[in-house]
Design a protein around this ligand. Structure first.
Ligand code: DAK
Length: 259
């Protein structure tokens, strides 16, 4: 992983991945995308990581794909870039839950990165938008699909067709973000605290729960319920659920082992 572009810290089961390309407002260059993808995959494989936070800076989460690189990409290169897994797919398929910590601009591919995460904690200065249409393109990192599912077709259509941004208050009202943190410096801490709560839970059950909720976006109700039932059965077969239930009955904190 390139330490310059993604700064990683792990504390109390939470890995924080901080995007660090301030001179380009964290625009997602090839190098930054590769570094972030590698970091997410490494965290997902690390049993000491129970939840991941992806954060930007105070004034920008990420300003989208790197327009200077995109300008020079022809059709063949665009088709080639569709081979293999991209950043947005890697983030969306990570089994470990991910919280996006957004302050300032989350635009285009940067907004799509936040949408591919499982929860979003925002500062009151956060602004979300899909400006691709103003560049003559459309969202390519899952934005049209995930945004419409989260905030509804009409609102998504307005954002995608006009490039209009929404602020943190609107994002909260639309159900796009989990919480808006008022004080300027507290947004990152709030995201880490939310991640810490998840990281304290039984790891296998957390992964099953994430998979079950995500299935709701893709499956009809009957298939989703059947899927949930299988995942519930797996959770019931873990040592951690015995520990969790014993701890409740014995009025003590559970000691989960991830088995
Ligand atoms: N790319 C490259 N450079 C960027 C950039 C970007 N997205 N955003 C900002 N920069 C650079 C600026 O060019 C400037 O560089 P210098 O002039 O200093 O060399 C520097 O960062 C500072 O920018 P500003 O002077 O503009 O800074 P401000 O604070 O005034 O404004 C801003 C911040 C974020 C509002 C503004 O920079 C802005 O509007 N940026 C562009 C936002 C945007 O249009 N984003 C959408 C990009 S298209 C795909 C998946 C995803 C995508 C495509 C394909 N596949 C899987 C196929 C995604 C596409 C996109 O995201």
């Amino acid at each position: 992983m390139d330490e310059q572009l993604v700064i990683q810290t792990v504390d109390e089961g939470v890995a924080t991945l901080q995007l660090n390309r301030p001179e380009a407002r964290n625009a997602l260059s090839d190098e930054l995308r590769v570094a972030l993808m590698g970091a997410v995959e490494a965290c997902d494989a690390n049993p000491d990581v129970g939840c991941i936070v992806i954060a930007g800076g105070d004034d920008y989460f990420a300003a989208g794909a790197d327009i200077k690189a995109l300008r020079d990409r022809d059709l063949v290169a665009t088709l080639d870039s569709g081979r293999g897994r991209n950043l947005w797919q890697a983030v969306a398929s990570c089994q470990t839950p991910i919280v996006a910590a957004v302050s300032g601009y989350a635009l285009g591919g940067g907004f799509e990165l936040a949408l591919a995460c499982d929860m979003i904690v925002a500062s009151e200065t956060a602004e979300f938008g899909t400006p691709e249409i103003t560049l003559g393109i459309i969202p390519g990192g899952g934005g049209t699909q995930r945004l419409a599912r989260v905030i509804g077709k009409q609102r998504a259509m307005e954002m995608v067709l006009t490039g209009k941004r929404i602020n943190a208050t609107e994002a909260l009202a639309f159900g796009l973000v989990n919480q808006v943190v008022g004080k300027r410096d507290d947004w990152r801490a709030a995201a880490v605290e939310l991640a810490r709560v998840v990281a304290r839970r039984a790891p296998v059950a957390v992964r099953m729960a994430k998979q079950a909720v995500l299935a709701a976006e893709e499956t009809p109700l009957s298939a989703g319920l059947a899927h949930e039932r299988r995942l519930f059965e797996i959770a019931m077969a873990t040592e951690d659920r015995v520990e969790g239930m014993n701890a409740f009955i014995e009025k003590r904190r559970p000691q989960f082992k991830g088995r």
